[in-house]
Unconditional design. Structure first.
Length: 387
């Protein structure tokens, strides 16, 4: 799943690799990579084998016991079955004894067949499947180059995953077509027995154009209202039966923990986002030459993590706007995502996250019920501890 917090055990370094650069077999009009268009050209831009081997070997030595790989696109399955066979073979070849290796993959699911699903089960891949709701909602935006909706093919892919008992969760982009349809979405998830769901608001910017402010398809008011409506449908008198990532992150704080999603953590995670050609960046919202930290063909992981751009990136999140410093909800959001702030480069200061108002609305709306749910969970944990 894109935009997730990627951390791995002792090393605390997650790796996201854009497996085929931006090649994709769909042409979703809201994709924040600039060249996705449903056409892949005569040759897929796959990661070179020598590059793959060099990096996996370096990462396994760096990771010290736990290595976390996230495979993204475009559509990563376009790299082909043999490519991912090569990935797991090289991981096994270079992993020191007792290394825990985890692989996640974000997909539109249209290419998943029985063979793919069996592979994912064998190697315990966690899949994120992009689906925007029931067919009428999904097919309006998630189309191929000819404008044909992808819903039926996505659901067929999901059926293969279920047959092989592959773990997967759902990623839904919240846009003009579904922001007012919270009930339809939650009814659909329950009807389809989708138990793990993540929402991301539709943000119309190009990941390469970090010097330009984002243009957002939905307003903070619309997103805030959507979250409140989803919360009512999720809560169910303190008996939620669907895991919604946003609310799970909130609840973690209410039971004296911390959020796992990078947007709501105090600092951005230590990650490397790799382009298909090996160029490395600190975040997939900052794939731009001015944020490049090296290339895996030429630089070691240690060199990339010590690049000045890496430190510069990690200074952004804690540089809270004045409004955030005195906010009563600070520990739930820590200023949101740096990409969603409007920065004054000369003063290295920024305004609040574009969705600040959305967050404040849902935090206030859900507070009393989150207190009750948090207390219930703490009591249950305490009771289990006494047994």
């Amino acid at each position: 799943m894109s935009m997730g917090c990627m951390q791995s055990g002792h090393s605390a370094l997650g790796v996201m690799w854009k497996t085929v650069s931006e090649d994709c077999n769909l042409a979703c009009d809201y994709c924040y990579y600039s060249t996705c268009g449903g056409k892949t050209g005569p040759r897929i831009n796959r990661i070179d084998s020598a590059l793959l081997d060099k990096f996996i070997q370096d990462y396994m030595q760096y990771s010290r016991g736990a290595a976390t790989f996230a495979w993204q696109g475009g559509e990563p399955l376009l790299a082909g079955y043999e490519f991912f066979e090569e990935v797991v073979a090289r991981q096994a070849m270079h992993a020191p004894p007792h290394t825990v290796i985890s692989n996640s993959l974000q997909t539109n699911a249209t290419l998943i067949n029985d063979r793919w699903a069996a592979f994912f089960k064998t190697y315990q891949f966690l899949l994120g499947v992009s689906i925007d709701g029931p067919q009428e909602i999904h097919d309006a935006r998630r189309v191929n180059a000819a404008g044909k909706g992808s819903f039926d093919r996505v659901m067929a892919g999901i059926e293969h995953l279920r047959r092989h008992e592959v773990d997967f969760n759902i990623l839904t982009v919240v846009h003009k077509g579904n922001v007012g349809k919270a009930r339809e979405l939650m009814d659909f998830y329950r009807e389809q027995h989708f138990r793990y769901v993540q929402f991301i608001p539709c943000m119309d910017f190009r990941s390469q154009q970090v010097d330009k402010p984002g243009v957002y398809e939905i307003t903070p008011q619309e997103y805030g209202q959507f979250l409140c409506e989803i919360f009512d449908l999720w809560y169910q008198d303190g008996q939620p039966d669907v895991s919604v990532r946003f609310f799970d992150n909130m609840l973690s704080v209410y039971v004296n923990g911390q959020a796992e999603h990078c947007i709501h953590q105090a600092s951005c995670p230590t990650s490397l986002v790799l382009e298909q050609n090996g160029d490395a960046f600190p975040c997939d919202f900052f794939i731009n030459e001015q944020w490049k930290v090296g290339n895996v063909a030429e630089n070691s992981i240690a060199d990339m993590l010590s690049h000045p751009n890496f430190a510069r990136f990690h200074q952004m999140k804690p540089a809270l706007p004045d409004k955030c410093r005195s906010c009563p909800w600070q520990r739930l959001c820590y200023g949101g995502c740096p990409r969603n702030r409007r920065w004054n480069a000369e003063e290295n200061q920024a305004g609040p996250d574009y969705f600040c108002e959305s967050y404040m609305q849902i935090y206030a709306y859900a507070h009393e019920r989150m207190l009750k749910l948090g207390e219930k969970l703490r009591n249950e944990q305490y009771a289990r501890h006494l047994r």
